[in-house]
Design a binder for this molecule. Structure first.
Ligand code: HEC
Length: 338
């Protein structure tokens, strides 16, 4: 058996490890691997390939659901080494569809693992709930010149640990879509683009795991029932809620009481009545409410004007475009009238 002189020297502790993670291994990961194996928060919400993140020490050591990918001291048991050492024409080669890493790079990684996979002082993307000096502060510093909404998102996201990929995947379920409100923000915009008509209360319940991160939620044209709003009640940072063309009633709105950051509420074409006026009036930060085609009477609108003179009350067909493509208001309004 061939024993690497490097391994030997490390074993007797005679010399410092020959491979310096930060100088030699990290550039390979950054250049060839991390684009596909990183935090969804830094990658437009895209999940890491194979469920594996290589952007932080914690994540590299955590491996995947099926186990570790690096076994310190044993390259041959380390999937991460195994997959870069495959033949060039092997379909499992990493990076996929490429000529693979150079011989020297493969050897660097092999040696690094054989020597014990020492990360030195590198942490990279932190473990959930931790911080790392290596993570660039992605949140831009507030300058006062940023659009008001961006400014608000920066403030609301301050110090918030992003949802983990597993939490995100569980929250999105099969049909949901959760994406950062801007690159690097822990805050999320949530909707159900491909499944609107079939999305029901259970789908909304799925969002609970990341509830505190959601700032915009589009449930327009879904089949949700009033109870779905119990989950929405947990979205303590919610800024914008779209409930247009759903079957929700006054009973749903009771759940919104605690949403102290809610700025925009769309109730277009719902069964909400004058009974909700007091509830709407109590949403302290609310700036705009859409009430066209609800059962709210002119008297109700008048009452709301009185209670909240500065609130923008839209009770004409003057609606914002839905967050994503879909039928226009007119079309879907007509369709619903049956
Ligand atoms: C273009 C995207 C892409 C790049 C770049 C990439 N990978 Fe992957 N990686 C994948 C995909 C896709 C899978 C899942 C393959 C599967 O499940 O069949 C995967 C899976 C893996 C796995 C297996 C995870 C498990 O299930 O145990 C390891 C280890 C891995 N990659 C390491 C690397 C390394 C190391 C690099 C850089 C040298 C790299 N990958 C670069 C896309 C990529």
């Amino acid at each position: 058996m061939h024993i690497s002189p490097l391994l030997l020297s490390f074993a007797v502790g005679a010399e410092a490890p020959a491979v310096d993670f930060r100088k030699e291994v990290l550039p390979i990961l950054k250049g060839r691997c991390i684009e596909c194996h990183q935090d969804p928060a830094t990658n437009s919400g895209k999940r890491p390939k194979g469920g594996l993140r290589l952007d932080g020490k914690h994540w590299i050591l955590e491996g995947t659901r099926s186990g570790p990918v690096v076994v310190p001291g044993d390259p041959n048991l380390s999937t991460l080494y195994e997959l870069i050492a495959l033949d060039k024409d092997d379909p499992d080669l990493m990076p996929p569809n490429s000529d693979g890493l150079s011989k020297a790079e493969v050897e660097t990684i092999r040696t690094w693992i054989a020597e014990g996979a020492d990360f030195g002082d590198w942490i990279g993307a932190p473990a959930p709930g931790e911080t790392s000096p290596d993570t660039p502060k992605l949140t831009p510093k507030p300058t006062g010149k940023l659009p008001r909404i961006v400014q608000l998102y920066i403030e609301l996201g301050e110090g918030l640990t992003p949802c983990t990929p597993n939490q995100l995947a569980a929250a999105a379920g099969e049909h949901g879509m959760l994406k950062p409100v801007f690159p690097g923000s822990p805050l999320l915009a949530a909707n159900f683009p491909s499944n609107q008509g079939r999305t029901g209360t259970d789908h909304v319940r799925g969002l609970a795991g990341c509830a505190g991160h959601i700032v915009t939620l589009d449930l327009g044209r879904t089949r949700i029932a009033d109870e779905a709003l119990a989950v929405v009640a947990e979205m303590s940072r919610l800024v914008k809620l779209d409930l247009r063309q759903t079957n929700i009633t006054d009973a749903a709105l009771i759940h919104l009481f605690g949403l102290n950051d809610l700025r925009s509420l769309n109730l277009f074409s719902t069964k909400v009545t004058d009974a909700s006026i007091e509830v709407i009036a109590k949403l302290k930060k609310l700036e705009t409410v859409y009430l066209w085609k609800t059962q709210i009477t002119p008297a109700g609108i008048g009452r709301l004007r009185e209670l909240r003179p500065k609130l923008r009350i839209v009770h004409t067909p003057d609606l914002p475009a839905p967050e994503r493509g879909g039928p226009t208001e007119d079309e879907s309004g007509r369709r619903r009238r049956r």
